[in-house]
Design a protein around this ligand. Structure first.
Ligand SMILES: Cc1cc2nc3c(=O)[nH]c(=O)nc-3n(C[C@H](O)[C@H](O)[C@H](O)COP(=O)(O)O)c2cc1C
Length: 237
């Protein structure tokens, strides 16, 4: 059971209601709350228990604004794909990525109204999530497709942060479009060479209450024994 101002949330309730929250009011004692969140999230698993994550807690207003600008630039590249009905930067070419499917220079000149991209620097808590590349055992490296395994050693930690926040009655979101500007982020935040920018996490008291999340049912994403086989149901066991 998780603690939420005296009340308690079941773990399943936390998981089912920890949706993306992008608009916040303040968090009282945010440093104490953030410390508690991180102190629980750190029990996330990672390959070889190497715990490749690092977290930058961004407090400086000017730095926050620059992070927001870089996010907005990435957001334009993302939206330029979406406008054309494409999954942005998806490795669709035989499991590989063969370059942007839109003109990125053109995207830079576009304006997309996005409240989060305009205000994320005002989030009560703003974190930059890093991954130490030399700690990632990417067991799918060398396969003739996009590598995916490495992220599995850092994103469970990121989601743990959001689950812990939810259990405290807070809301947040993990975002990755700023990764489009990793070189600029590294310069801005003095991030050493061997680290990658894995994303941003913002957290605060939700302005709107949690709504019901839309997710596929178990039957829609499971198969018994072979891909394309019948969907898994409890009666199978
Ligand atoms: C790996 C990852 C990357 C994401 N990147 C972004 C992002 O760059 N910007 C953003 O607004 N949301 C981002 N999100 C949040 C998703 O959009 C969100 O989890 C999803 O749409 C479900 O939203 P819901 O919980 O409100 O249903 C990301 C989520 C994940 C897990």
């Amino acid at each position: 059971m998780a603690d939420m101002g005296g009340q308690a949330l079941e773990i399943f309730e936390v998981m089912r209601t920890a949706g993306a929250i992008r608009e916040y009011s303040d968090v009282a004692n945010s440093d104490e709350v953030l410390y508690e969140i991180l102190d629980n999230a750190r029990f996330a698993p990672s390959g070889g228990n190497r715990q490749p994550w690092r977290v930058l807690v961004i407090k400086d207003a000017a730095v926050r604004r620059r992070v927001r600008e870089l996010y907005s630039e990435g957001w334009k590249e993302y939206m330029a794909h979406v406008k054309k009905g494409l999954v942005p930067f998806a490795p669709i070419d035989g499991g590989k990525w063969s370059g942007p499917a839109v003109d990125l220079d053109e995207a830079a000149g576009m304006t997309f109204s996005n409240q989060y991209a305009l205000t994320l620097d005002e989030s009560p808590i703003l974190l930059v999530l890093l991954a130490r590349l030399s700690d990632l055992a990417c067991l799918d490296n060398g396969l003739d497709r996009q590598s995916i395994v490495g992220g599995g050693s850092v994103y469970p930690f990121g989601h743990n942060i959001l689950l812990a926040a939810r259990s405290k009655g807070l809301g947040g979101v993990m975002t990755t479009v700023v990764c489009r500007r990793e070189p600029q982020m590294k310069l801005l935040l003095e991030i050493p060479e061997e680290f990658a920018v894995a994303g941003l996490i913002t957290i605060g008291t939700p302005k709107k209450f949690f709504t019901k999340l839309t997710r596929r049912s178990v039957e829609e994403f499971t198969f018994v024994d072979r891909f394309g086989g019948k969907a898994f149901m409890p009666s199978d066991s």
